[in-house]
Write a protein that binds this ligand. Structure first.
Ligand code: LLP
Length: 420
């Protein structure tokens, strides 16, 4: 459930008409709903009621806006970060360092040190090589790094290939059949407190089955490691739960996910952590856009050209992803149309041959389910600048990220003397 609804023929974010945001902030603009973020955070936590003392670390990559992180921090969430930049954001949002988990295959020396100096809760080590490097950095600077070894369980998540991470051929984690040996080697390292295991097999999962298979493998691994004399106190089950992008998409609910987790992990006797991103933020945001013009070419359906483009919302161009597209003030008339942005690439297409609300130039429309992997994946392509972000809270709203106009981007470009 989200708080973007039609009221008397016009779409609102909570109690704010989207037309008011468009007027005051301009378009395109990302709009997030605080009530929806909080509801999703609570529903996910309630789903885990069968799990003792779960630690929930929001996947910052899905929506790194500091204000969004602050809303979730107030819900008792920590952060799953994958770069020094995300770590800086999580700390700036007021996240306690010990609630932060650092994942990612390519953490640099500087990022490892940044995490150690910040006193983060856990590093998820993704290779034997990274483990030795972390140990070395920790020893040199007088730290002991709490860490878990990320395992690649070789499970097909049955999602889009670009967001699948748990197959043997993917770059993530260490192969399951080598985990025991790598764990044994790294547990000897001074500077590491290797205390657990982690797994994350992919994103936008529409079935619990692959997750259950991965968790079962992790459970067997924990038993094997314990039998070899290791102390395992932590297990990180990652993120990945899918969300409905279309009205008739059926996704496992957080309650079903939580029940499965409780069942599979019943005997583990560890502190479990979770790294949800999309399920928290996805349907808590929309991208508000205005129709620039409509045109026909050939005999096909007309093109509706909006002022948002693939640089603002990359998912359709990148993954062929579907985002529901709706008029902010629908007339009831429907048309079949292509919806495209202004960028000079055919890939700048949001929808082909789709039945949508009839729209005229100047009308407002929204792309739904844009709160996760939306603004954060924006680029400056075609020198269009970066779209602002707004947080709505009841009948008030605030710009929580300003529009970055092309002029600001140009300021970073310096002409060298020898070319002046
Ligand atoms: N933990 C790790 C280690 C991850 O790599 C990810 C996502 C998550 C947690 C959060 O997964 P979620 O709960 O959001 O599914 N840009 C793509 C999604 C990439 C996901 C990358 N990793 C998209 O727009 O679909």
């Amino acid at each position: 459930m989200d708080h973007f609804q039609l009221r008397n023929g016009a779409m609102y974010a909570e109690d704010v008409p989207l037309s008011r945001i468009a007027e005051e902030v301009g378009t395109p603009v990302y709009v997030y709903s605080r009530a929806t973020l909080e509801r999703h955070a609570q529903v996910f936590r309630e789903g885990l009621s069968g799990v003792k003392n779960p630690h929930i670390a929001f996947a910052v990559k899905s929506n790194p806006n500091i204000v969004v992180l602050k809303v979730l921090q107030k819900q008792g969430y920590g952060a799953d970060v994958v770069s020094g930049g995300e770590l800086t954001r999580a700390l700036a949002a007021g996240m306690a360092p010990e609630t932060i988990v650092f994942s990612g295959v390519g953490k640099t020396h500087a990022e490892l040190l940044q995490g150690l100096e910040a006193g983060i809760g856990q590093f998820n080590i993704e290779s034997e090589e990274e483990g030795y490097e972390l140990a070395m950095v920790a020893r040199r600077h007088g730290f002991v790094a709490n860490c878990a070894l990320r395992v690649n369980p070789d499970v097909d998540a049955r999602t889009h290939e670009k967001i699948s991470t748990g197959k043997r051929e993917n770059k993530f984690g260490v192969p399951l059949d080598r985990t025991a040996a790598i764990f044994a080697a790294l547990s000897e390292e001074e500077g590491l407190n290797l205390r657990g295991v982690a797994v994350h097999i992919g994103s936008q999962l529409s079935s619990l089955e692959p997750l259950e298979t991965a968790f079962e493998k992790l459970g067997a691994l924990i038993a094997e490691l314990r039998a070899a004399g290791h102390t395992i106190t932590h297990a990180d089950l990652g993120g990945g739960l899918g969300v409905p992008y279309k009205a008739d998409d059926v996704m496992p609910s957080p309650a079903e996910y939580g029940a499965m987790v409780a069942r599979v992990t019943a005997g583990w006797d560890v502190q479990l952590s979770f790294e949800p991103g999309r399920v928290i933020a996805g349907n808590a945001g929309i991208l508000l856009t205005r129709v620039v013009r409509t045109k026909r070419s050939g005999n096909g359906p007309p093109f509706v050209i909006v002022d948002a483009a693939m640089n603002d919302l990359a998912r359709p161009a990148m993954y062929g992803a579907w985002h529901d597209f709706m008029a902010v003030e629908p007339t009831g008339e429907r048309i079949t149309s292509h919806v495209v942005g202004p960028i000079c690439e055919t890939g700048d297409t949001f929808a082909m041959d789709r039945e949508i609300d009839s729209l005229a130039p100047g009308d407002l429309a929204v792309f739904r389910t844009a709160g996760a992997y939306g603004a954060t994946m924006a680029s400056g392509y075609n020198s269009r600048g970066f779209v602002p972000e707004v947080l709505v809270d009841g009948d008030k709203f605030a710009v929580v990220a300003e529009r970055i106009p092309p002029e600001t981007m140009i300021e970073a470009e310096k002409v060298p003397d020898w070319l002046a």
